[in-house]
Design a binder for this molecule. Structure first.
Ligand SMILES: [Zn+2]
Length: 80
């Protein structure tokens, strides 16, 4: 499903769900503006709302220095 922001002839903006782009093309002209009922509806230019949510890179656990770890619970301690 794709949510398109649409704008009618009068400038009313509203959202409409479509299965895909072909569905939009098929229904274009049959979509009526909920505010004025106009059917001259086009896709409005939407500011992209994605891209900021960058997947935080999972930081690897800090590498333990096998030669000088002072952490008693360190798994490397058993080798010293
Ligand atoms: Zn309208």
């Amino acid at each position: 499903m794709i949510l398109y922001a649409l704008r009618c002839d009068c400038g009313h903006e509203f959202d409409e769900w479509f299965d895909n782009m072909a569905d939009y093309d098929a229904r274009k002209g049959a979509i009526a503006c909920p505010s004025c009922g106009g059917t001259k509806v086009e896709k409005a230019i939407m500011a992209p709302s994605v891209g900021k949510a960058r997947a935080a890179a999972a930081a690897p656990p800090p590498a333990c220095n096998p030669a000088g770890c002072s952490n008693a619970g360190c798994p490397m301690a058993q080798f010293m």
